[in-house]
Design a protein around this ligand. Structure first.
Ligand code: GLN
Length: 542
């Protein structure tokens, strides 16, 4: 039976509960324990798949094809354990399950209620897989005090007695704000939020206090006293310059040894070397590259969270700092100004849905192709590159994806047969891991160094095989296919220095310690493009 760690959040949202959960998991894993992290989300949607990224941020896709909260991305990047469908549970899923059971007559004779029926269902998902791991960490979405997360909190309160008090701890992540006019860190919001938690029967064992400046002993003592915890249980998480510093920071605060002590687990030896090395590389790059990301949700960085991370992993692997220039695709629609790209060493078009900004993305793909700028198109980005190639190289003037023009003469991106029949929007895309067989004569193969890879998908449309030969004759290289469904997975341009479009989302599988080969190679290509540009400028001056 696993030990259970619950992570709640207080004061306000966006305090980094997910990264805290992931860092604690990483420390326990670093001590040789197996860890699984789950996230309970209080909204009624069954999954975040149909939510607008502006509201929810990125939808993270697991290997087994679940559309989940972006915190699962942090869990995978920090730990070696893969997350699964049942690692992200929403209120919607719980009610769906309970209502289905009620209709099937499972509760015959009973009034179906939040306590115990909803809470029992929540318990079931929390306890799942507890025979396979030393620790199950569960993050509760939302902020304590919200009405919506109450059933989750009530469940974890009850669980203390179900699994035994020695097998469970509660960690509360709060904020200790610095009030500039007073020049002081303030503990009151933390006190209030812990009081709120205690009012519903949960006494936190540990507090992770986020702050802009370090907490001194006086403040720690005050928090301990008012929140009913020991002073060493007041853990300070000061703002760090990179999220990969947090495990080291929390270790220095003694969080993992305290957790182990409270849960009566061995304080096994820990090695933090790999984290030190990553942080050192991030802080001391040999040079930098500028990457333009041409997207639709560029004002909300969370919408491209994994992409952001994967680009930085590509930088870490090459000892380079990656500066991302976010470009709103709509700004490139009417007036394409190449000055925008003057300082740019690589262009990336990420995944997306809907027609807004498409013309701008096609313009960016065109610029990258013609100017030989390293180009990486992901999912929709690949589809835009294919449309651009069809229109401007194959001269299929109104070529398009049927997502944007159902009546195009050249549907170079189209639905495959299975997708044509689907009527529901939720959970109905090509989702999760599929095999990609690489063409040995491709940049993709040279980057991966292996013939077969599995990559994660989230899309409805595909490269239309009807036009495949025409594209190949016109200089496009098919870098990889899915042999089972005969689908194009990767396209490249033969004459270009580095131009890759992939139908899958490689960013979901990149980790700081295992950077994704395509991102590593893309950053490498961008850097050599930068060096070549500098050489050219020099030779022009001489
Ligand atoms: N909208 C496109 C499709 O459904 C691309 C999706 C994506 O980029 N994830 O195929």
């Amino acid at each position: 039976m696993a030990k259970f760690i619950f992570i709640t959040g207080g004061v306000l949202s966006s305090l980094g509960k997910g990264i805290t959960a992931a860092s604690i998991g990483a420390l326990l894993e670093g001590r040789g324990y197996s860890v699984l992290i789950k996230k309970l989300d209080p909204y009624i949607n069954v999954d975040p798949g149909t939510m607008n990224p502006f509201q929810h941020g990125e939808v993270y896709v697991t290997e087994d094809g679940a559309e989940t909260d972006l915190d699962l991305g942090h869990y995978e990047r920090f730990l070696s354990t893969e997350t699964k469908k049942d690692c992200n549970i929403t209120t919607g899923q719980i009610y769906y399950e309970v209502i289905n059971k009620e209709r099937r007559g499972v509760y015959l004779g009973n009034t179906v209620q939040v306590i115990p029926h909803i809470t029992d269902e929540i318990k079931k998902v929390i306890l799942k897989h507890s025979d396979k791991f030393n620790f199950i960490i569960t993050e509760i979405g939302g902020t304590v005090g919200d009405i919506e997360s109450l059933p989750f909190l009530e469940t974890i309160r009850q669980l203390r007695f179900d699994v035994g008090v020695e097998n469970i701890i509660y960690i509360h992540v709060t904020l200790v704000p610095f009030i500039r006019s007073a020049g002081e860190l303030k503990t009151k919001p933390t006190q209030h939020s812990v009081r709120e938690l205690r009012a519903i029967g949960i006494q936190p064992d540990l507090l992770v206090c986020r702050s802009e400046y370090p907490l001194d002993n006086e403040i720690r003592r005050k928090i301990a006293l008012f929140c009913n915890v020991s002073i060493e249980a007041v853990i300070n998480a000061v703002d760090v310059s990179t999220i990969y510093q947090l495990p080291i920071y929390l270790y220095k605060e003694g969080i993992d040894s305290l957790i182990l002590k409270k849960l009566a687990m061995d304080n096994k030896e820990i090695s933090l070397e790999k984290w030190d090395e990553i942080v050192d590389r991030i802080k001391h790059p040999k040079d930098e590259v500028n990457i333009a990301v041409v997207g639709k949700y560029v004002d909300l960085k969370d919408a491209y969270l994994s992409l952001n991370e994967a680009l930085s992993h590509g930088g870490i692997a090459n000892n380079l700092k990656v500066n991302i220039k976010w470009i709103n695709a709509e700004d490139l629609e009417k007036k394409f100004d190449s000055i925008t790209f003057e300082q740019i060493d690589g262009i990336l078009i990420p995944g997306g849905f809907g027609e807004r900004g498409i013309a701008g993305k096609i313009n960016a793909a065109n610029y990258a192709r013609i100017k030989d700028v390293p180009f990486f198109g992901i999912c929709l980005g690949m589809q835009c590159a294919v449309i651009e190639y069809a229109r401007n190289v194959l001269k299929f003037t109104n070529a398009n994806s049927v997502e944007f023009d159902e009546n195009t003469d050249y549907p170079v991106i189209d639905y495959m047969m299975e997708q044509k029949k689907i009527k529901n929007y939720g959970g109905s895309m090509r989702l999760g891991s599929y095999l990609c067989q690489l063409n040995e004569d491709s940049n993709a193969y040279r980057a991966y160094g292996v013939k077969e890879v599995y990559e994660r998908h989230r899309h409805r449309l595909e490269f239309n095989n009807v036009y495949k030969d025409k594209f190949i004759q016109a200089g496009m290289n098919i870098g990889g296919i899915n042999p089972d469904k005969n689908l194009v997975e990767i396209v490249e341009i033969k004459s270009h220095r580095w131009f890759i479009g992939c139908q899958f989302h490689p960013e979901f599988k990149s980790k700081p310690f295992k950077p994704h080969p395509l991102f590593v190679d893309f950053i490498k290509a961008a850097y050599s493009f930068k060096i070549d540009k500098l050489k050219e400028i020099k030779s022009n001056v001489l």
